[in-house]
Design a protein around this ligand. Structure first.
Ligand code: NAP
Length: 297
């Protein structure tokens, strides 16, 4: 068996950023900068780190970036009022409210308050509806479109391919399945979605030419799940105790990488895989929202 192709997020993201820089030149000629507002409620360390890296990437690219940090006890009407301000701000083309929210804030109510034309996270019902309808004026959720882009980068044919997606969340599993079952060159796949009630997961997953793991359980996908020559996309980000540093944690995917990689045609690592792409696709969606606001799309 030949060595697997490691699909590194940074390499794929670099391609996305190269494409974006061309459209930034066009925006600059029109005196416009794509603007992204990220709203963080509370002080969850992982969410803070995500928000900081989104803000950093915006600045690197020359986007206009606003970071709104609100205390964990923020009440729903106050949060909705902030979102309303951002909806009406012409310098802001994209709004992302970092999830998860504190338990007293209903996430669906908050997502529905975002103007769908600025919902660059792609989770508003209007955008999910457009995803189902294959309407290109919508925003696809960032992690799923990042996975699709990684397959394209690695030259993995999706047309007619058997895809098994482990996980059925809206944010990841269900949305990836919808993207890949759609019509088009990076889609046209035959997709199965599996979840915690599915039977005999290893046998089901061994049918896959492309296996996508979005379960949220470290090292869940072992060699017995993988057909030799399959491509494996690992969406999972799990904090597991670091055996080399007692009391410290490290990031681990849903895939037992060391035993699965030798079987694969291509595989994504964790860290350095899908996570990097999520931010790249967020930037791409923000640029798209800007083009739409300018009427050039
Ligand atoms: P989620 O909402 O918790 O969904 C997990 C899914 O896995 C559910 O559909 C669940 O099935 C299924 N599942 C759980 N245990 C299972 C089992 N034993 N067998 C089969 N299916 C099982 O999580 P999520 O938001 O989709 O995220 C999944 C993972 O991706 C997490 O590690 C998350 O941190 C990571 N993630 C990464 C990125 C990134 O940028 N790389 C972005 C988002 C999420 P049921 O529906 O039956 O409960």
């Amino acid at each position: 068996m030949t060595e697997p192709f490691i699909i590194r997020g940074a390499d794929v993201a670099a391609e996305v950023y190269r494409e974006l820089s061309a459209s930034l030149d066009t925006f600059a000629k029109q005196g416009v900068r794509p603007g992204l507002a990220v709203v963080l409620v509370g002080d969850d360390p992982a969410s803070k780190a995500y928000v900081a890296s989104k803000d950093r990437k915006c600045r690197e690219l020359g986007f206009h970036s606003i970071k709104i940090e609100l205390p964990a006890n923020t009440q729903l009407p106050d949060l909705l009022a902030r979102i309303d301000q951002l909806n009406r701000d012409p310098a802001i083309h994209g709004i992302l409210v970092q999830m998860p929210l504190p338990a007293h804030l209903d996430e669906q109510t908050v997502i529905r308050a975002i103007d769908p034309r600025k919902d660059v996270d792609g989770l508003h019902p209007v955008n999910l509806g457009k995803l189902v309808m294959e309407d290109p004026t919508g925003f696809a959720p960032c992690t799923p479109s990042g996975c699709q882009r990684m397959l394209q980068f690695a030259g993995i044919e999706t047309t007619g391919a058997r895809v098994v997606v482990l996980g059925r969340s809206l944010l990841v599993g269900k949305s990836i399945a919808l993207l890949l079952v759609g019509r088009g060159p990076q889609a046209d796949a035959t997709v199965t979605i599996a979840h915690s009630r599915s039977r005999d997961l290893p046998a089901l997953c061994r049918e896959a030419d492309i296996l996508i793991a979005a379960v949220g359980k470290a090292n869940f996908v072992t060699a017995s799940f993988v057909k030799p020559g399959a491509t494996v996309i690992d969406v999972g980000i799990n904090r597991t105790p670091d055996p080399q540093n007692i009391g410290r944690y490290r990031l681990t995917g849903d895939v037992a990488y060391d035993e699965v990689a030798p079987l694969c045609r291509a595989i994504t690592p964790v860290p350095g895989g899908v996570g990097v792409m999520t931010i790249a696709m967020l930037m791409a969606n923000t640029a798209k929202a800007c083009r739409m606001a300018l009427g050039t799309l």
